[in-house]
Ligand binder design. Sequence first.
Ligand code: BGC
Length: 356
Amino acid sequence: MFRKIKLLISFMLITMLLLVTGCGSVEGDASNDSVEEKEVDHLTIGFSIDSYLIERWQRDTDIFDAKIKELDKDAEVNLQNANGDIETQKQQIKYLIDKKVDVLIIVCIDSDSLSDVVAEAKSAGIPVIAYDRLIKNADVDVYLSFDNEMVGQLMGEALVEAGLPNKKVMMLSGPNEDNNVSLVESGFKKVMSDNDIEIVDVYHAPGWKAEDAATYLSEHLTELEDVDAIMCGNDNIATMVNRTLSEARLTGKVKIVGQDADLEACQRVVEGVQVMTVYKPVEKLAQTAAEYAIALAKGEEIASVTDSMTGTINDGSYDVPYCYLSPIAVTADNMDDTVIATGFHMKDEVYMNVTN
Ligand code: BGC
């Protein structure tokens, strides 16, 4: 049982504390000497997530929770799932602000629509971490992700290496609202243009709905006549694309790549049905985010937490602190040394359908 302490902290004291720790800007009405009441018995962390539609997010939040408990056993994570709805996400973030959480972590649905609500959090003194996806024009305290351009580059390079005899590919990508999508696309397009490969069609699945990508593909099967490969925005899309290709008896004729190292994708890779998947060590991302969250919640400087800070990124209006991790291309050749060696998936599950 922890001791419950209630502190009455005057506005003056908060101001002094901010000056000493150097975090946050000292704003506000200096004439306001009203007394603010805050419970400091334990830290509370608000986590707003897009949805659990895609396999990886459960792992992200589970690891985040576990790391928070390891760093501070009394800290509490209040997780809100918006189920892919932008208005719900805004309401849930407002709710977390009203709850006076000590820090907010956000996986945004729409990179362009949260600047107002982030401004509300910041004016309530709550630091904000953009997790995996950048929140535009919002001046978040830190943005944590992978090198998303490199994700696209790795996909492109794997396809070029696998061979594109007709020099034609199609892209079935995620929604434009997700800032990662354009980053991945730019990395991919650069490799295609460097190798004179034509991108015959690009589709953006709304809300990352893989069924929509599959429907689009079945309506455009004729386009596939001389297309060598389909760049799938993630492995969930690749799963549905693979089904559509198999129904059209095009498995193997049209190569596919994806990202996330979903179990089914890893199985396809070792079976030779998918050329590669991009493995993003989300365990490291989630753990780093937990370290930042605790530090920011305590009002510490984030620079004290990590040596992984990569610099800054422009969010459209502000240069924000940016920390990115490297993605890893996974093929049948290095499956054991990557996804399996790190324990991301069990070997017997990945090789389940492979008989030697
Ligand atoms: C992430 C992917 C994920 C996708 C759908 C993207 O922002 O980078 O890893 O598959 O969202 O959730």
